[in-house]
Write a protein of this length. Structure first.
Length: 246
């Protein structure tokens, strides 16, 4: 995939996150690791949204290409410090985290504010994350150094999602489509559980046997669902806001 196409996909994800109210002001950050100049993927170079831009105005060319030392390789903008320290260290520390999305999206973040907050495996969307979630239960303040980024990378490990206590969510994937698809359905799953809990009733749990079966089903379908979903989102933007590709 050419760098411009990667830029366009990340810009699309940012625009849709704004449309779906998964953003927060001009904060939070999405990044995508790209190959080094020799074509190897080491996590040393990545695209990321520039500081001070609302996600609804991001286009492909406004994204910043930077390296693991924080040097801007392409672009006239700069990277917000917490964005750099989180994303640079996760890309390096977790090779499978090619695309890393960090948000304070409302319902999933609400679960991080609960003592022992967990996404329960009691609903179909939630089951797509069965054994794919890590929980960081120790809020240590703003990520303003490499140590905190390294700590988050260790917490994420080989999982796809990290619930960051008192803070927000980190979602990682092999590409933009898979990461964004997970981000979308994670928020849906969290929304259903917050709404269900608000009734005061008891959550209806699912048997271990059914959980195991659905886990296998999702493993087979997840990549195809993500590709179809993200392709549709790009088609809509191509009609309604084609300038995101510029």
């Amino acid at each position: 995939m050419q760098l411009m196409e990667q830029r366009q996909q990340l810009a699309c994800a940012l625009r849709w996150a704004a449309r779906l109210d998964l953003h927060e002001g001009v904060d939070n950050h999405f990044s995508l690791a790209v190959p080094d100049e020799d074509g190897q993927m080491r996590g040393n170079r990545f695209l990321i949204n520039p500081y001070g831009y609302h996600w609804s105005e991001i286009d492909a060319s406004s994204l910043v290409l930077c390296n693991a030392e924080g040097e801007v390789l392409e672009g006239d903008n700069w990277v917000e410090p917490t964005a750099f320290f989180i994303h640079s260290r996760v890309h390096i520390g977790v090779p499978s985290a090619v695309c890393v999305l960090h948000t304070h999206m409302p319902y999933a973040t609400a679960l991080t504010l609960l003592e022992g907050g967990r996404l329960e495996m009691c609903e179909q969307n939630a089951l797509s994350f069965d054994e794919r979630i890590a929980y960081d239960d120790d809020y240590d303040g703003l990520a303003l150094d490499c140590d905190e980024g390294d700590r988050l990378a260790r917490k994420l490990g080989n999982k796809s999602v990290c619930f960051m206590a008192n803070h927000g969510i980190l979602v990682a994937g092999a590409n933009v489509a898979e990461a964004f698809n997970d981000l979308y359905y994670l928020e849906r799953a969290a929304m259903f559980q917050v709404l269900a809990r608000s009734t005061g009733g008891k959550l209806k749990m699912i048997s271990d046997e059914v959980r195991a079966s659905v886990k296998e089903q999702y493993a087979e379908e997840r990549a195809n669902v993500a590709e179809r979903h993200f392709t549709a989102l790009q088609r809509i933007l191509d009609r309604e806001a084609p300038e995101y590709r510029n």
